[in-house]
Design a protein around this ligand. Structure first.
Ligand code: PEP
Length: 241
C-alpha cells in the first residue's frame, strides 16, 4: 500500500522536526510493505530530500508547469526542475487546481511532461457534490480519464487518486459500498496492467478501518491528517492491523 502525504500550502523549515517520528517509523517493522511519499510545497522539497536521505521515504511535488522546457513562465516550476531537486512523484489534476481553471487538456500535457522527466504521476480525479447529486459521477470520471490520459500509452507506472471533491477537507467519505463500486469502475477502464488506484478525501485514523480493505485499492492520498505525524503514522498502522 502507498501512503501519500499532501501538505498543500502548509509547512516551513521548523516543520522538518516533525518528520523525525515518521523517519523512525519508516525504519520499523510495523510499516510492513507500506510506502510513504511526502509531497510538501515546492519550497521544502530540497530540505525533505536531505532529511530523508537515509530512509526509504520518497518525495513528490504538488503540481508542475505543463512545459518540459525552461522558459519565461514567471512563478512556475517544470518537471525537470522537480526531478533535479529530488522529487520522484508529482500530483497532477488536484481539484484545488482544477477549480482555479486547470483543464483536462492542460492536465494531459502536464502528465506527458512529467513522464518525459521520469516523474511518477499521481493523477487526481473526482466529482463535485452537484455532479454526484445529479448522478454524473461516472461520466465525470470517464471524461477526466479520457482527456487526462489521451495518447498516453504506458500507464502501469502511474497512480490514479480518486478524490471526490465533496470529501476533501470536509470529514465526509463515501460509503464502503460506493467506494468499492467506483474503484472497480475506474479499474475496469484499463486493460492489462492498470495504474495503481488511491483514495483521497478526509482519510483519518478513525475512518481508515472502513476503507482499508476495499478491493483493488493500492493506498491513500492524505491531506490534512498527513501534517500531523502521529495521525499519519496511525493511518498506516491501522491499515495493517
Ligand atoms: C487532498 O487534498 O488531496 C486531500 C485528500 O485532503 P484531505 O485529506 O484534507 O481531505
Amino acid at each position: 500500500m502507498y501512503f501519500v502525504a499532501n501538505w498543500k500550502m502548509f509547512g516551513n523549515l521548523k516543520s522538518l522536526n516533525s518528520l523525525d517520528k515518521v523517519i523512525k517509523f519508516s525504519k520499523s517493522k510495523e510499516i510492513k510493505k507500506g510506502r510513504l511519499i511526502y509531497c510538501p510545497p515546492y519550497t521544502l522539497i530540497s530540505s525533505f530530500f536531505k532529511k530523508f536521505k537515509n530512509c526509504l521515504i520518497d518525495i513528490g511535488a504538488q503540481n508542475c508547469h505543463e512545459s518540459i522546457d525552461y522558459g519565461p513562465h514567471t512563478g512556475f516550476v517544470n518537471c525537470k526542475m522537480l526531478k533535479d531537486i529530488g522529487a520522484n512523484y508529482v500530483i497532477i489534476g488536484h481539484s484545488e487546481n482544477r477549480s482555479k481553471g486547470e483543464t483536462d487538456k492542460i492536465i494531459n500535457i502536464k502528465i506527458k511532461s512529467a513522464i518525459k522527466a521520469k516523474l511518477k504521476v499521481i493523477f487526481c480525479i473526482g466529482e463535485t457534490l452537484t455532479e454526484k447529486r445529479k448522478k454524473k459521477t461516472r461520466s465525470v470520471l470517464s471524461k477526466q480519464i479520457k482527456i487526462g490520459l489521451n495518447k498516453i500509452k504506458k500507464k502501469s507506472n502511474m497512480f490514479i487518486a480518486y478524490e471526490p471533491v465533496w470529501s476533501i477537507g470536509t470529514g465526509k467519505i463515501p460509503s464502503t459500498k460506493e467506494l468499492e463500486q467506483i474503484i472497480e469502475f475506474i479499474k475496469n477502464k484499463f486493460k492489462g496492467r492498470s495504474p495503481k488506484i488511491l483514495y483521497g478525501g478526509s482519510v483519518n485514523p478513525k475512518n481508515i478501518k472502513n476503507i482499508k480493505n476495499i478491493n483493488n485499492l493500492n493506498g491513500f492520498l492524505v491531506g490534512g491528517a498527513s501534517q500531523n505525524p502521529k495521525k499519519f503514522i496511525d493511518i498506516v498502522k491501522k491499515t495493517y492491523n
